[in-house]
Structure formats: C-alpha cells, structure tokens
Write a protein that binds this ligand. Structure first.
Ligand code: ATP
Length: 199
C-alpha cells in the first residue's frame, strides 16, 4: 500500500483536492479532524491543554474555546510551541495507527494523508511521497477572504505564520498548481492518479 501525503498552505486548495479524491473513492486521513477529536470534551489532549493554559480556554460547557486558544498562541511563540507539543505527538501517533490499520486490511493500493502541517510535524515520514497543493499568493488571499469573510491583513498574517512555501516546494515530489479553475485542478489530479495509482 502506497501512502501519499497531501499538504499546502492556507487556502491553497487541500480540501478541494481531498473532496475530489474522496469522490473518486479514495481513503483520505484528515489530520485536522484528528486534531479536533483529540481536543474534544474529555479527550486526553484537552486535559493537558487546560493544565498548560488554564480554564480560561474553556467554554462554559467545558469544551475547548478554539478561537480563544488560537488568539493566545497566534502572537506568542513559546505558547504556540507548547500547544504544538501537546497536540502534534498525539495527532502523528493516530495517523500512524490509522495507516497501520488500513495496511492490515489489505484492501487498498493507495491512501492519502491530508495534513496542512505535514512537514512541520514530521508526519511526512509516514508517507511514501508528498503532493503539494499550491496557488499564487494573491489568489489564495482572495479565496480565503471570500471563504472566511476576513480581511486581507488577517489572511496575510496567517500565511506568514506558516513554513516558507519554497521549503515545502523543495520537499514535495509533486506540485499541484491550483491558481486556475477547479476543472483545471481536477485535470491535474487525474493526471497524478494515472501516474501513481492507476498505472
Ligand atoms: P485551509 O488550509 O485554509 O483549510 P485549503 O487549502 O483546504 O484551505 P480550500 O478550502 O480547498 O483550501 O480552498 C479555499 C477556497 O478556495 C474554498 O472556498 C474553495 O472552494 C476555493 N477554491 C479552491 N480551489 C479553487 C479553484 N481552483 N477555483 C476557484 N475556487 C477555488
């Protein structure tokens, strides 16, 4: 079984790519979904977060106030590092377990792992190769502004908080350029599926 990592910066089009892959019947492990699950009420990582950041990051019902936690770590490198330490190890372990489980099933020739922080967390080591979804910065900014209803500055701040795009381009085996329309994007995915999967 081949494991393909999918990554890319904010608004590059990862979800659009994974929606297409799922529609084509492929398994996609979703690192963001795992990160949310492990910080749900009563989950192990949530307890550690409260221990580190205090009950101020909880909502009244005891669940995590993600917006508040995000705001705290956004401008504080040390706090950001602490949060990443708590969550990263667990997310990567769960991804590894899910890959192992799919491998044991012996049903799949290929599966995908969608992780915005694939390289930053070291989860790329669990994959055989990486497809990077990328798009012109201006296009990404406009798409995220439209999608999330936020200002240009907010998008630019988020983008600058991530690993340099050049570094990711160097580490990836394939680069999907999503600067044009969705049909053009799907064409590139189909080409890569032929190259790696349906050969
Ligand atoms: P994030 O990292 O912020 O979660 P993402 O990489 O998953 O973002 P998407 O949510 O897939 O990116 O795409 C960002 C927005 O741009 C979405 O609203 C999506 O519908 C739109 N979009 C993606 N690709 C295209 C395209 N080729 N043409 C037009 N709109 C697109």
């Amino acid at each position: 079984m081949k494991v393909i990592g999918l990554t890319g910066g904010i608004g590059a089009g990862k979800s659009t790519v994974t929606d297409h892959l799922r529609g084509r019947g492929y398994i996609v492990i979703d690192a963001d979904a795992i990160a949310r699950q492990i910080t749900e009420k009563d989950a192990a990582a949530l307890e550690k977060i409260v221990h580190c950041f205090g009950t101020a990051v909880l909502l009244e019902d005891g669940s995590l106030n993600r917006r508040k936690l995000g705001a705290i770590v956004f401008n504080d490198e040390e706090k950001k590092r602490q949060l990443e330490q708590i969550t990263t190890v667990e997310v990567v372990n769960i991804i590894k377990k899910q890959i192992d489980d799919f491998r044991k099933e012996e049903k799949y020739d290929i599966i995908f792992v969608d992780a915005p922080l694939l390289f930053e967390t070291g989860a790329d080591k669990l994959t055989d190769l990486v497809w990077l979804v990328d798009a012109d910065t201006k296009v990404r900014i406009k798409r995220v502004m439209d999608r999330d209803g936020i200002s240009e500055k907010e998008v630019v701040d988020r983008i600058q908080n991530q690993m340099e795009g050049e570094e990711k381009r160097r580490l990836a085996q394939e680069i999907i350029d999503n600067s044009k329309g969705k049909e053009e994007l799907y064409g590139q995915i189909e080409y890569l599926l032929m190259k790696y999967v349906e050969e």
